[in-house]
Structures are given as C-alpha cells and as structure tokens.
Design a binder for this molecule. Sequence first.
Ligand code: PLP
Length: 410
Amino acid sequence: MPETTLTYVEQELTMDGVPLAEIARSVGTPVYIYSLRRILAQLERLRAAFTPLQPAFHYSLKANGNSAIIRALVGAGCGCDAVSAGEIFLARRAGCPPERIVFAGVGKTRAEIRYALETGIGWLNVENAAELRRLEALAAELGHRPRAALRINPALQAETHRHIATGHAGSKFGIPLVEARMLLEHRGDYPHVEIAGLHMHIGSQLGRPDESAAAARLAVELAREFQLKHLNLGGGFPVAYEGGHAVPVEDFAAALVPVLAKQGMKVAFEPGRFLVAEAGVLVAEVQYVKRGGRTVVLDTGMNDLLRPALYEARHPLLPLRVGEAAARPVQVVGPICESADVIHPAAVLPPLAEGDLVAIGVAGAYGMSMASNYNARPRPAEVLVEEGAWRVIRARETFEDLIRYEPKGQ
Ligand SMILES: Cc1ncc(COP(=O)(O)O)c(C=O)c1O
C-alpha cells in the first residue's frame, strides 16, 4: 500500500492521519475502513492516464456498493456501471443521473429490463441475441427506444485468475464476433432499440496491456464496419495485492490510446477494483494464537472477505501496532467452519497476541460487496476516513438483522 494512504506514525498504523486503532476501539471489529482521499486520487490517476481519449468513467458498483462511496464518485464526475436492478437503484439513490448509468449483466430478467427502461438509463449492454429480442419487445411495449451496446466476446484468454477472465471463447459472457456481426447486419429488425455501440470486458485484475489493446483493436474494427460511435471497454485495471506488482494503469493507457485515438469514437471505461481496492482495509482482532504460535485466529473470515478463499488472493496483513520483535511467517485464519477460511497461509508478521489488531490491506474492492451472513455472522461496519476525520457509513449488523425477513413469531 502506498504510504500516502497507510503510514505508521509512532508505531501506530494510520490512514490519512487517523489512527486505525481509534476507529476499531470506537466501532469494534471487524470493520471496513476506506480512505476517500485515496478513492478520488485513483480516479484522478485514471483520468490523467487516459487524457487523450477524454473517456467517460462508469464506476462499477459491484466492487463496493456503499452509497457514500458511490455518491462521492458520482460527485467527482463518474457515471455508474450496474449489473442488476438493485445496482441501478443504488446508483439513482446516490444521485447518479439515469443517462450516466450503464446496465450490463449476463442474465437480465424482464423485470430488470423493464426497471432499467422505466428509469431511463443511458445504456444497456446486451449479452446475447435473445436478450436483444427481449429488450426490443419490452421497449416496444413501453414506447421507449433505449440505446444499446452489444457486449462482444473477443475470444481472448486474458492473463488473470480463471474466475475473473471473461473474454475467452468458453466464457458465458458476451456475444461471439461472428454473431455480433450478424446482429448488426440485421439491426433494422430491432426498431425500438438504438444499437449505437459495442461493449467489452475481458476480465478483472488484468495482467497484459497488449491483450487489452488486441481486444480493443477487434472492437474498433467491428465498430467502424457498422459506423458505431461508442466503445465501452469495461474495467479490469489491476491493483497490487501482497508484495505484488500490478501493471501500472499508465501502461494500459500507453497500449490503448494509440488504438482508440483519432477514431472519432466516444470511449468509456468501467473501473471498479482500481478505484476502491487500495483505499480500503478490513481491521480485525486476534482471538487466539495456536499451534505454538504458527496459527492466528481472527474475528473475521471468508464471510466478510471472500477473496482469499474464492480467488486464492493474498492480501497484505499489517499489525496496527509495531514493536521491535522480528516478523515471521504465520498462518492467519478466520472463525468460519470451513477449511477454506484461511486469510493468509503464511503472512509475515511480528508475534501477535490475543486482543492485537491487524489490518487486512487492499480490501476496498470485492470485500464488503461479497460479504455474507454465513455462520450467522452479522456483517461488519463500514467507516469512511475523510479530511482527517471519520464517520460510520454502514452500521454493524445486529442479530435482529439475521432474522429481519422471517415472519414474526416463527
Ligand atoms: C462488465 C464489467 N465491467 C466492469 C467490471 C469491473 O471490473 P474491475 O473491478 O476489474 O475494474 C466488471 C467486473 O468484473 C464487469 O464484469
């Protein structure tokens, strides 16, 4: 994590000047804590990298759907990328104008499409021919003519974890190029849909700008062939997890700008992870140290942060207080009744004791948004650090929340 967000001051881990232990003491653990400054800085970095294209950025809400974060990014000029009617609702509620909402998703139901049309959103990214027919029928019924982009599948295997590669031929996402061409040739069959662009998202946490450029080239060729003026190239810009190196976003820009500049097209991106991942930590408390110090059990696990179990992700672990003792590898686990609930198999940490606090870094994206109540655990609180102060942006769930939707007296 860059020093600008997390720094040790007098041996205490701070976020933008605020000691994380102060928040944990007040709000309890586990707690997600985000730096607003860092989120906005990430957006500025993206904007600067892609200046020659002047693209639109649609924040991908799936990364972190807290309304305070959506509102801040919308306020800074982002649109929103939604993948469900629920996310369209969140975007609208956080003040995003409907025309700046794009709606992607592989399985849009009739009810969701209807909701999107009634909301008047800017774009629907269509993922298959049957969806286009469904959209045509609903648009005709409601007397609308929405703008749509065809989500193409470029049949490229992006270098990333297999669970987040979405642009290869065997993937459930998007429309193969041959089929997209056929749909475009017959776009007159869909008089209530204005097919005005192409959409593509080949994966998340991407490792190779040249692959992204190759995919963009395919999209540009197809768009030119059918005089389409809008290209939405999805998200996928990577961040550095533990000790890791992520290809800088500037390298993606260096590969993509030459492909996209001077094509007379409006370009859009849908960043999620890049905007929020490095701005967030999940702070937890050590419950037990066992196996002669080789295993540390925290009060957070895969229910709060699924990424280690789902993607074998390695998040950096940082003690909230550092001393002089030497660090050594230790297995860090959660309390969930699953062997997969290992937060880190060998985190290098100083000796920890019951009651110590640790921060799981780079946890701002796909952390809270993927959290569940598994093992009947109320989900954590969320806190936003802003200009040297902090506030709770989502309260910790309670036991009552666990039964809220069950009939009373059951
Ligand atoms: C269509 C689409 N757009 C954008 C994103 C955001 O990706 P990322 O968080 O990697 O930027 C995703 C995530 O998988 C996606 O499926």
